[in-house]
Design a protein around this ligand. Sequence first.
Ligand SMILES: [Zn+2]
Length: 196
Amino acid sequence: MSVAGIIGAPAPVGNLVVSLLDILYYPDPLLRRNASQVKNVDGEVAKLVDNMLETMYDAPGIGLAATQVNVHQRVVVIDVSEENNTPLIFINPIITSSEGVAEMQEGCLSIPGVYESVKRPADVRIEAIDREGNPFEMDADGLLAVCIQHEIDHLDGKLFVDYLSILKRNRIRKRMEKWIRDGADLDDLPERPERH
Ligand SMILES: [Zn+2]
């Protein structure tokens, strides 16, 4: 029996209650954890998805993996639309085939202010589960293909700076450590839309 109503705590109203989640910053070792498969797409997972979308749009970013908000489950949200009105949800995503090579400049909400070119497969086929628990398949190219690969890397504890030279990565790590020491103020960084 719950007495929450009696003492006046507000009851959550479906999806209207969303929270912004704290994003982990590189080189936090928690970003290196391997995320677990989601066993049941239940209300808790749906709530995580909603909070992740809110956090991604607020940042603003075009993609977010649960690992980045210190939840080590295989959940990814993406929105690469111009109007930020086409959220895509990928639970337990896997890439089943890939083709070609594309080079694109990438950024990351966990490594703010850093943008570097990364080569990845250009076209990918993805299998995942949606927010309602239904499996689906999707073909992706362009920015979406880059984004989904970047986010699946997060679930495997991998970051886009891992594709750079050790020298470059060390320089970025030192710069990030200094930025965190100085208070991790996002206003100290250049504003760019395509972070994920
Ligand atoms: Zn990222």
